[in-house]
Unconditional design. Sequence first.
Length: 185
Amino acid sequence: MPRLFTAIEIPESVAQMLAFLRGGLPGARWIDPENYHITLRFIGDVDASVANELASMLDRVNRAPFELRLEGLDAFGGRKPRSVFANVAPSQALMDLQAEHERLMQRVGLGPEGRKYTPHVTLARLRESSSRQVADYLSERGSFRSAAFRVERFVLYSSRASVGGGPYVVEEAYPLAALAAQRAI
């Protein structure tokens, strides 16, 4: 059964900018640019009835489109780095959307996410990269900043277990403000 998660897609122009950051870090398994995304909520392996209930609940999310920007690079894992990522600049609209996803997941019986939400785009997963190599990579490229981009939808992705992330398949797309526009009519 595929794993599910909700996410925001990265526009192709921003993905191309991120792709230029690939390389120069021994032991990195680089994510393919078409798989870049900002996870909202990891769901995991669920049966068809839960997946259908989630898809229906997500259809009721009523949020306005908003702008995001990527700003700076960092790594998860401290002394044993696990991944390198691009930070998402602070956005209350993003945090509100993610909190709503968290509430919906708990409503269908999924346990709460155990980690604090840190919006990011994973660029590489690390195996044998030392903390020094990662620090050097970040010092050379850490000032990365993307142009702002408009978020007009979120998606429900599925993935198959694989090394390095992806390929991801959009199972359903949910436009932002769709309900607000319908109510205005």
